[in-house]
Every structure is written in structure tokens, then in C-alpha cells.
Design a protein around this ligand. Sequence first.
Ligand code: FES
Length: 274
Amino acid sequence: MTTTKSAPPPALRPTWTRPRAAIAARTLRTDRWWFAPLITVIGLTSWLAYGTVRVFMHKWYWVEQYHYLTPFYSPCVTDRCLPEASHFGQFLPGWWFIPDAALTLPLLLLFRLTCYYYRKAYYRSYWLSPPACAVPDGHKTYSGETRFPLLSQNLHRYFFYAAAIISVINTYDAILAFHSPKGFGFGLGNLILLGNVVMLWAYTISCHSCRHIMGGRLKHFSQHPMRYRAWTFVSRLNTRHMLLAWITLGTLALTDFYIMAIAAGWFPDLRFIN
Ligand code: FES
């Protein structure tokens, strides 16, 4: 003989199976929950607008006197690049719609686009999915990252490797910039380039994928003391990942703007040595 069980009353069901409480209001939050998404939209849109203009400007990216190269043009690989700024050759055509750093910029863009923090930022602020905790989603349906194109967010771990290599290139640029017409030189531009590189490394290493590479798939940390140390270090940085994401947007824009200003002759570099 078979018995049929009736469904338990809603109050006894697990929370994730219960429908949303019948509340007429869109949200019960009375704080300024919209402020963070709004600031995010303003910040990211402004940065993207500045970056787009600069990338397609095709000038004021190299200071010959001090060997300053802006990260937005590194490495400069089109045949339009100044030969002195092309540390890795000029193997792409200099058509206007091809960025001079076409080898690295798309990878960096994909690295940031698929970053766990930026995903949260633009899902909330641009896509309103949802705009904040306890605020309804701006869309009727929700499929998360289970379908194309969002399924490809899983490629983030591979973009991490590309970003790490590009950070090595940025470090190389910063070292080459210790230059003046007399040989060795050091100025405010060097401090800005170095600060940017340090912050880029901090952001890249604080990546969730890096943390997994360091300490993931281990059963016993005690048998892998070096990996445990590395994982602990990365984990500490990882707690500041959002902050580092914003700081590096700032240092990238500052570095680029400073080098543009020096290259354009708007003001001279402040020199400490030569
Ligand atoms: Fe943000 Fe990897 S999670 S860079």
C-alpha cells in the first residue's frame, strides 16, 4: 500500500523554496541603497570614456627624454608606433581602430570584465541584477552565469595568467624609465610609474584565481608550508580586492595622464636626479 505525503506548510519549508513574502512595496529598505550603484556607474563610465579617448588618440604616449611609456600603449606593437617605444616589435598594421597596445589591452579588459569584484559591480549598477541586497531584481528572469555569454566568466582564471605576464611587461617599462639624456635619471614620473606597477601587482595577486592557485585542491596545508604561506599572503590581499580594483583604475589613469602631459609639453617632469 502506498501513502501520499502532502506538502508541508510554507512556514516549515526550507527558506530557499519559499516564495517571496507578499510585500507590496518594491523594497523595505529606507537607506540610500542606490548610492553605491550610482557611484559605480559614474566611476566606471568616466574611466572607460577617458580610456577610450586615450587609446584612440595615438599620440602623447612616450617621453623620449626619460623613456616614459604609458601603460595604455604598452607594448606598442603597430607600425604607427614610435620605434623607440616599440620594445616588442611592430607587427600589427596601424589602422586607426587598432589600439597601439592591441596585444595586451583586450586581455586586460577581459581580465577586469570577468573579475569577481567587477562582475558584482556591473551586475548591480548597470544590469540592476539586483541593484542591492533586499532590493528586487530589475529583470523578470534570472539565469545567473549558467548560459552564454555569462558562462564565459569562467575563463577568468586564464585571463589571470595573461594579466600576470602583462604586469611583468609594465614592470619592465617602469625599470626602463630610470633614464635621462645623461644616462640614469629619476623624477616624479618614475615614482608614478613605480606606484602604478606596485598597485597593479597587488591587484593581480589579490585575484581569487591566484588565491585558488596558491591554496586550492590541497587536503593538508601542513604538508605544503610554502603554499600555505603564499595562500595566507594572497588571502590577506584578497580581502582588499575591491579597494585595489579601484586604486588601480586611479593609478592607471594618473600614470597615463601624467605621461600625456609631459609628452605634450603641458608641464615639465619634476626631476630629482638628472
Ligand atoms: Fe578580480 Fe581575479 S577576481 S582579478
